[in-house]
Write a protein that binds this ligand. Sequence first.
Ligand code: 4GP
Length: 849
Amino acid sequence: LDVVSFRNNNGRKRAETSKKPTDPETVHSDVLAKVEFNSGGNRGQVTALLAYQGLAWNLREHLMERMIATQNLWREKDPKFVYYLSAEFLMGRSLLNTIQNLELYEPYAQALKMLGYNLETLAEKERDASLGNGGLGRLAACFLDAMATMNLPGWGYGIRYKYGMFKQIIKDGEQMEVPDVWLTDGNPWEVRRPDVVFPVSFGGKLKKTVTGSHELVEWIPDEQVIAMAYDVPIPGFNTQNTGNLRLWESLPVNEFDLDAFNKGDILSAYNEKGRAEAITSVLYPNDSTPEGKALRLKQQYFFVSASLQDVLARFKKVHGNQFDLLPEKACFQLNDTHPTIGIAEMVHLLVDKEGLDWEAAWGITTKVFAFTNHTIMPEALEKWPVKVMREFLPRHMEIIETIDTQWQAFLEEKLSEMPKAEKQAAIDRMAIVHPNQWNKEEMLVNMAHLAVVGSHTVNGVAQIHSDIIKSTIFKDFHGVFPLKFQNKTNGVTPRRWLVFSNTDLATLITEALGTQEWMTNCKLLEGLKPFAEDAEFRKKWSAVKRKNKERLGAKIRELTGDDVDTSSMFDIQIKRIHEYKRQFLNVLSVIRRYNTIKAMTPEERKSVVPRVCVIAGKAASSYERAKDIIRLVGAVGDTINTDPEVRDLLRLYFLPDYNVSLAEVIIPAADLSQHISTAGTEASGTSNMKFQMNGSLILGTMDGANIEIAEEIAAIQGPDAKVGDGLFIFGVDAKDVPKLRKERKEFKTDPRWDEIMDMIKKGTFGNDKFEALVDSVNDMTVGNDWFLLANDFATYLDVQDEVDAMWKNQDEWVRRSILYTASSGKFSSDRTISQYAEEIWDVQPLAVA
Ligand code: 4GP
């Protein structure tokens, strides 16, 4: 597939903003005017916050102008659109991303200087928009960037959470969660749209009227809220085109109960407001309580209903009631199961509101939805109790039951050749509504099954993951619809993750390649290959890395108070904390390294490669085992970092409150990054791609996208290289995992493993013995080491030795680093999105001239 065909054709000419001037003087005076007129500030004393806001308002006008031009063109030409429905968008900061996407860095940096500020320092004033948990949320943000850059007609739709991902504070080694009050200073990057509002209903009952063979169902809800839109313009890079992320806020129909207030019942006066606003208050409320579950279901329905109503309203303006045209004009990508209720909502809107018959409505529905699965972790495969669904969405529950009945009837036909009992078992396995396996009394709606049945395409996010879902969670479905399943290997935006966060490296690359074209056509990075052999170039490459390490060193000092030696190897693992991602295994190897150094003579210590190990990431608030891991990292770090015999050779830090902005500082500074999930458990991973782009060597298992990264790195080395050459690969094969799990009880652990387990349990680190954590991998009467840490431990230590040996050969290390970047082109989200556009969405680019 030719990524180039998706690039806009105006070459390297900057995509000019049409009306607003961008010279430094005008920007300066415009920012001052904004400070004065928008916020009543004093132009003689522009605080950092006011300067940031003034600048952001100025930029938003550019964005709005472009967005309006884009929307006007699209309205006029009426192309097919993709709507990316996602409960998460992990956007991070906008200021520098906007300035650089619009290629306005120089004049804006100058204008700010005139105000007495440095652009980079000021940019840090902005709070991250953390409207997501991790991988799938950040992926959605990268996809929006790619869609805008490639001029694809499409919008994102999501929730404007008042409190995003919690802020992580580490207190006495423990993770504490504090609300993320990201909106207190206002959000200059959004536009409130009181003119774009839709009602969203819950609860109540159904009223049915039968006329002839036709049954009319009317849903009489007992609760209603208003969904109000906020538009967040999404700048494309080197194009006029500007996309849109529409986020919904939930508001009460009646804001205030004056009657209650007048009667002295002050708090009840706000009841309805509180209930309505709760829906969009918090990202993923804890769903371990029934109240939490209901709230999460309400969130999902809320944003999906508002989004579909919005799309249908626009469609009807142009095409009236010709709903059979909808599949030619719209496509909805379900980002995991969270928006899956949209399938039932589409049927509800078409049948109950628009008067279509069931067959027509269902036919249209199955042509407009496509579904992406992001994980096979059972806890993430959403299943809603029928009871809860019926209480809050009675009509949708009925629609789902009808879909399920028809689906099962279809299967009866389709599988008619099978012996009866076998057929019934297959149908039961594929049912949308089925009993809870732990409590047969309770019936559940399986959202992944609904998503597969209601979508025309289902995809995984890396080749191995797409293969695994066809043989595990969706095996039966794949048997029925082999052609429905596709792979779309993830990608990340090279703009945010390389060009803007590692500007020195980007400059060096551009100098070497003699063009900036690689920023929108990452395959051109292959042109770096010969430079890997050039000693002068390698020197420059190392100098950039060193500078980035200084920047991270300063960050570590700010966060921990410690100075680190930037000539040490920076060894990084950053991602959500989860047992399958095996941060615990990483800590075990750090302990091993500590023991080894302790046992050495001073002379022997001279040959040790000094390392600074960094781990960062958040644990779900109710995930105790993950929180144990964070505590262990902290406790082991405290022991090592204060041990005078060791601290010059080894450090371990847990950096708090990992988010997009911290990642932007960490990734460019990594020498080594770790992606060590048990084979077959990490769907793809995307930080592995960011690290590769930034020339960090990879230590990992053959899992997720690591495999494809290894293939690309092998390919660039030439026909003799094998997959895995140039990376540090270890661990069991995905295909062996089920068998090894069964045999884990009999597995003979390595003596070094036993020694470390004893150390931890004896209380060597901190005040704790971490018994539950240790037992989960070591005591087969308590845990089962499901993620096979013990099996992979020895080969992990071996490969760590290979890392050290390679580090001592800096020429080879840097050579590889360059080859990593050179071979990272495949992992641009531009490539991923162009594949979605061609192979799933059938959406074509349409650029503002
Ligand atoms: C993540 C997967 O764990 C990760 O492997 C993948 O790269 C990412 O999605 C994007 O596809 N899953 C989630 C989740 O974020 O919440 O399930």
